[in-house]
Design a protein around this ligand. Sequence first.
Ligand code: ADP
Ligand code: MG
Length: 712
Amino acid sequence: MVKNMKLISEIASKAISEGRTYLLEHESKKILMEYGIHTTRAFLARKADEAVEIAREIGYPVVMKVLSPMIIHKSDVGGVKLNLENDEAVRAAYKEIESKFKDKGMIGVSVQKMAKPGIELIVGVTMDETFGHVLMFGLGGVFVEVFKDVSFRAIPISEDDAEEMIREIKGYSLLKGYRNYSADLQAIKDILLRVSKIVSENPIIKEMDLNPVFVYPEGYVVVDARIILDPKFCKINEGNSRNIDLKGLFYPKSVAVIGASNTQGKLGWNVFRNLLTHGFSGKLYPVNPNVEEVQGVRAYKSIKDVPEKVDVAIVLVPAKQTPKIVEECCQAGVKYIIVESAGFSELGEEGKTLEMQMKELIKRYGCRLVGPNCAGLINTHNGFVGSLGLLGELNKGNIGLIVQAGVYAAGFLWGLRNIMDFGIIATIGNKLDINETDMLEAIGADENIEVIGMYLEDVKGGRRFIDVARNITKKKPIIVLKTGRTEEGKKAASTHTASLAGNDQIYSSIFKQAGIIRARDNEHLFALLKAFSKQPLPKNDGVLVITYAGSLGVASADAISLNGLRLAKFSEEIKEEIRRFMPSFVASFNPIDLTFDQTPEQVRKIIETALKCDDVGSILLIVQTEKFGSYVDTLKSIDYKGIPIFVVVFGKEFIIEDVIKLERSGIPVYTTPEQAVEVIATMYYYKNNIMLAEEVLKQTTSKSVEKKVLAF
Ligand code: ADP
Ligand code: MG
C-alpha cells in the first residue's frame, strides 16, 4: 500500500513540477494498475521506430494515441488511431499524429494493445463541495451522453454501495443479460471498489475519468484513463469526530430566556409564554434588565445574576448585542446557547462578523450554540417548548424534526399538531456551531423518537452526515425534504464525470447511500412522517383493498402494481367467509368493492376475516366522503393485529373534524389511493432495505422497483 502511494506521489509530483494538474494516459493507467485495475496499459514512444518496437513486443493489432499536456480529448482532434495491424500502419499513424500535433505540445504517442470490443462503461470520480469525492458509474456512449444514465455514491463506498450503483442505472438490464451477452457484474463491482480505494488513499486525486472501460462476460479492461490532481489537497468539509453530547440541550434542568418580555406580540413574550404554558419540567429564569418579573416569574438583570448555572440560555436580544450576551452566558457557565435572534450572516458581511465573534467565544469557553437566526427547540417530552412562534397544546410524540426553517416550529406546527404528535423539533438556523448532522445524531439516539423528518437547504456535516444517517436508518426511518433541486450547481467540466454530477443528483445518491427516504415536497414529507409515526410497517407486500367505488379499486390496483406491491390473495376457505359479508353480485375478492352500500360494520367484519389470512401485509380502505363520520368509532375499535391500515377519503378537507378524530386515533387518512399506496410501498421498502426507484419517487408511470435480488 505504501508502495502504491509512493508511486502516485512520484507521478503527481512530476506532473505538478511540469505545471500540469492532470496526468497523461500512461501515467493514469500506471496508477490504476498499481491498485490491481486491468488496463490496456500504455507505453510512451517518442519516435516511429520506438512505436514499432513496442507494437511488435505487445503484439498486433495496436492502438496509438497522441500524448500531449495540451490535449485532453484525444479522439475529438483526431489523435486516436485504432486497429493498427502491422509495422507500416504504425509508422504511417505516427507520422500523421506527429504532423498534426508537433506544435501542440506533443511528447510522443501512447502505444497499447487493441482491446476486443465489449460493453462500454464509464467509471469516474468528481469532487462535490459538500460530500467530497463522489464515485460515478454508467454505461458509455449514448447512455451517458444522451440519457445521462449514471449513478453516484460518496467515497469510500461499501460493497453494498457498489452493487446498488450497478443496479440503479437503467442500463442494468443490458448488463445483466441481453441477446445472450451479459457483463461480468462482479468485475464491475471490483473496479468500483478499487477506484474508491485509490481515491480514499490518495486525496491528491481530485477527479478521474475511466472512459471507456470495456466489460466482457468475464472481466473488463480500462482503455482510456484521465486523472486530475488537486495540488492543494482540498480537504472538503469533513466535520469528523465531533461527538457532541446534546442530551442536556433537549432535556435541560434549567433554562434562562435572555430578552424575555411582558409585551404580548414580542418574540421574547412568545418564547417565555410557550415555556410556561407547556409545563416545562425544569427551572425557568427570565432575564431582562428593565423589569422585576416576566409573566409572573421573577426576572434577573443579567445571566450572571441567576443563582445557578443554567443548562440552556435562549437569546433573543438584537444581533449587535448578541456577542456580548453570548460571552456573559459563557462566563456564567451556560452549557448550551440557543440564539433565536436574526440579523447575522443571512443579511451580509456585518452579520457575518458578529457570527465570527460568537464562534470564537464558544470555542474559547467550550460552550455549544444553536443558531443564530433559528426558531428554537421543542421537546414535548419535558415541556421544553422554546419556539419563537406562539403554540397551543402539544402532545408528546415520536416524530423528530430537524429543520432549516423556523416555520416548521411555528405556523406549520400550529396546524399539524392536530393530526401529528412530535417529540423533538430542532430548528438549526445559520448552523454556526451545531448543525443538522449533530442534531441528527442526538435525535437519532433519543428513545422517544421513532421517525425523523428533515427539511434542508444544504448539508454542512459532509461525509459525517452519511455515516451518522446510515447508522440511524438501520433502526429508524429518516425522511428528508431537500430544496434547491435546480441544476445550477454543475461545475465547469474538466472531466466528463464532473459535468454529469448535478448537485441534486449527488444529494439523491447520498440519501440512498445513507438509507434516507427523500421526500418530493412538504406534502409528501408529512404524508410519510404521519404513516411511519402512527402505523406498524407492512408485514409483507400483499395489500388488501376495500372500496365503495369500482374505479377507485382499479386505481388502487394500478398503484399497487406500479409501486412493486401486489394484491393480497385469499384461500378458498377465507373467500367463503368473506363472501358472507359481500353483496352477492360482486365477484372480486381483492379489491373488494362493497359499492355505495358499504357500511362500517361490513368493513369491520371483512377486515377481521381477512386478517386471518397471512397474505395481508397492509390494508387500504376507501371510504365514502358523505358517510365518513359514521366510520370513525368502528375503525378505532377494530383489532388490526399489527397490520397497518390506511384510509382514503376524497375531499377530506371538507370533513376535517372527523378526519382529525380518526388521525388522532392513530389511523392516517389520505386523499387519494395513489398517495396512500405510495406510502405503503415506501414503508415496505424501508422495512426490507430496498430502495424505491427514482421514477416512482417522481411519480411517473413507467417502472416499478428494483428488488434486492441480484445476479451477483
Ligand atoms: P479520448 O477519450 O481522449 O477521446 P480514448 O482513449 O477514449 O480517447 O479513445 C477514443 C475511443 O477509441 C474509445 O472510446 C474507444 O472506443 C477506442 N479505444 C481507445 N483505446 C482503445 C483500445 N486500447 N482498444 C480498443 N479501443 C480503444
Ligand atoms: Mg476516452
